[in-house]
Design a protein around this ligand. Structure first.
Ligand SMILES: [Mn+2]
Length: 359
């Protein structure tokens, strides 16, 4: 596929309004990126801390390539996925295999759901037990390739963030500077710098800044002010979860797209769960996206926790991911709820549902 064909598909998608409001700015930025940067292209998962650092490593290997951050809603969208599956990627990182008929230079991933797939690359770095894609790539190639030294600290941060081993709960207070913060605070600063990205250019700024300056790039005023807003919204969502979710083995929290910081809402809800939970976010089209989690302490203390593997449930809902953190989609909140309730029942779990759509 030529870049101009990709641009045409994006323009049509923007006109037909088949994506939720919250993704429009991102899609426009991908269009602008394709217009201003020429091939070869590298696809990485984004916004995502692991995707960003994988992008920084790949840019160190292929300095002349242009990075396109893509999220799963993009590569699974009925029209947009044809872009992901027909551009001739130089490399793909932290994403499921794209355009399997084209031979890439390098492919790196660690998603369990990619195990049986065709990677088709000269160099494949895949380890479904790897902490993160960037760790898989870095550990396998650091002796062969001289990465910029400031990248190692970032790779180590992804070993924490990509396995969901963040220290404590997400901070609700404004961010501090890199020099004055503890390591735990640094983990959250890194995480929040990524999750506060709305456009592909903000993600590219992280990738390029990380590559040049390492973690000190997190001191950039635009990143700091983004994080400040994110944490304010996080606090609102956190309080809504604490107030409305009732305790159960598995908690379901439902909200509208853009109504809350959905991640904070899910984490807040998980505080009331014995095992795990899901956020169901309804989009304008009445379709919804789901985000599943199994509590960290359950993964550590319950030897049989794998029977709750939510990646399998996610796969049955057009999604995928990891055993304890996965995402999916459904045509309506009711359909999603039905599937989740049946699944929970088959595992003898109690369920509570908090519907905040009209809260
Ligand atoms: Mn990853």
């Amino acid at each position: 596929m030529l870049t101009k064909d990709a641009l045409l598909i994006i323009d049509n998608t923007l006109q037909e309004k088949t994506i939720p409001e919250s993704k429009i700015d991102f899609l426009r930025s991908i269009r602008d990126l394709l217009r201003t940067k020429s091939a070869p292209y590298i696809a990485v998962h984004g916004p995502c801390p692991d995707g960003t650092v994988t992008g920084a490593l790949l840019l160190d290997i292929f300095p002349r390539a242009a990075i396109l951050p893509l999220d799963y809603w993009f590569i699974n969208h009925p029209q947009l996925r044809s872009i992901a599956n027909s551009l001739e990627w130089l490399a793909v990182g932290d994403l499921k295999p794209l355009n399997p008929s084209y031979t890439k230079q390098l492919y790196v991933d660690h998603h369990r759901t990619s195990i049986s797939q065709l990677f088709n690359a000269h160099e494949v770095y895949f380890n479904s037990k790897g902490a993160s894609a960037s760790a898989v790539l870095f550990d396998a190639t650091r002796s062969l390739f001289q990465y910029a030294p400031q990248l190692e600290e970032l790779v180590d941060l992804t070993r924490i963030t990509d396995t969901g081993n963040h220290p404590g709960l997400p901070p609700l207070d404004p961010p501090c500077g890199v020099e004055s913060c503890s390591h735990d605070e640094l983990v959250w600063l890194f995480e929040d710098a990524n999750s506060s990205c709305v456009t592909a250019f903000e993600i590219l700024d992280l990738i390029e800044g990380f590559r040049r300056k390492g973690v000190s790039h997190l001191n950039s005023p635009s990143i700091q002010s983004r994080i400040k807003i994110l944490r304010k919204n996080r606090k609102i969502a956190w309080e809504a979860g604490q107030k409305n979710v009732k305790p159960a083995d598995f908690v379901v929290v439902i909200a509208k797209d853009l109504q809350f910081d959905s991640r904070s809402l899910l984490l807040s809800a998980l505080q009331k769960a014995n095992i795990g939970g899901v956020s169901i976010i309804e989009e304008q089209s009445r379709k919804c996206r789901l985000s599943f989690r199994i509590r960290k302490d359950v993964q550590k203390s319950n030897k049989e926790w794998e029977k709750y593997r939510i990646d399998l449930l996610a796969t049955s809902l057009n999604g995928g991911g990891h055993m304890a953190a996965a995402g999916a989609k459904a045509d309506s909140v009711e359909l999603a709820k039905e599937k989740i309730l049946a699944w929970a029942k088959s595992l003898n779990m109690s369920v509570s549902v908090a519907d905040l759509r009209h809260a």
